[in-house]
Structure formats: C-alpha cells, structure tokens
Design a protein around this ligand. Structure first.
Ligand SMILES: [Zn+2]
Length: 152
C-alpha cells in the first residue's frame, strides 16, 4: 500500500479551530484500511475544557465510533507535536503511528520536555514521524499568536 498523508485534512481542522478562536491544531485518525474515522480541532475555549486538545477529541470520537478504548492499528496525524497529556493518551489508545507537523518547544512532550514515549512506564510506543507539512502548521500558529498579541 502506498503511503498517503492525511496531514492536509489535519491542517483543515487546524484552520477551522483558528476560525473559532482556538489555538490552531488539528488531528485526524485513520484506520488500517486508510479510512478516516475521526477528525478534530482544538476546542478548549468552546468546551471550557483544558483537555479538549485536537488529539484527545479525535481519540474520543474514534473510540466511540469503533466501540473500543483501544485504536490498535490506527494512525494519528496532528499538525503540532503532542503535549505530554496527549502523548500519554496516544499510548493508552495504542495508536500505531504518530505523524506530526511542527515541533513545539513550549509544550511538546514527544521529542522534548516530558518525552513521554521514552519512559519505561509508557506501555505502548507508537512509531513517530515528525516534520510532516511542518511549515504549513507553523504559519498557522504564528499568524494566530501574532493576531492575539495585537489584541484581536
Ligand atoms: Zn495536547
């Protein structure tokens, strides 16, 4: 099977999040057959929920969709390096492969910070591919935070 990236769809979710006034991060979960089972963007402000990151919302939706607390064989695409909370959720969900875009020096928990997958206490480690369409994700994030600084 040839590789097809779903990062374009994750970026669409990130743009939609920005339009809602949320930090522009989007996530997509794909099953073994290459079918999208869930897609989500950040909704922390809308839901008054600090855990409503794109990855968590996508995991919840995908698990509800397939009726399982595990997403064995599923891949997750996200526009920004997951934070420690999301990385732990990905491990618990048994996500097979993680594809992410921009790295996140401020809150990232995969390649820096908590490095969740590097610990012995992490019982499942997905394959990790970083830098997928990173420039596009960075442009969105920079524009969003620049606008916030201007007070809009
Ligand atoms: Zn997160």
């Amino acid at each position: 099977m040839t590789f097809r990236s779903f990062m374009d769809l994750a970026l669409t979710e990130a743009r939609a999040a920005a339009a809602r006034g949320e930090v522009p991060v989007g996530a997509v979960i794909v099953d073994r057959a290459g079918q999208v089972v869930a897609q989500a963007g950040n909704r922390t402000r809308e839901l008054h929920d600090p855990t409503a990151h794109a990855e968590v919302l996508a995991i919840r939706a995908a698990c509800a969709q397939i009726g399982s607390e595990r997403l064995v064989g599923h891949d997750l695409y996200v526009t920004l390096e997951p934070c420690a909370m999301c990385a732990a959720a990905l491990a618990s969900a048994r996500i097979a492969r993680l594809y992410y875009g921009a790295s996140d020096p401020k809150s990232g928990g995969v390649a820096q910070g908590a490095r969740v997958f590097a610990h012995a206490q992490c019982h499942h480690v997905p394959e990790v591919y970083d830098g997928i369409d990173a420039a596009a994700a960075e442009v969105l994030l920079k524009a969003f935070f620049a606008q916030k600084r201007e007070g809009n």
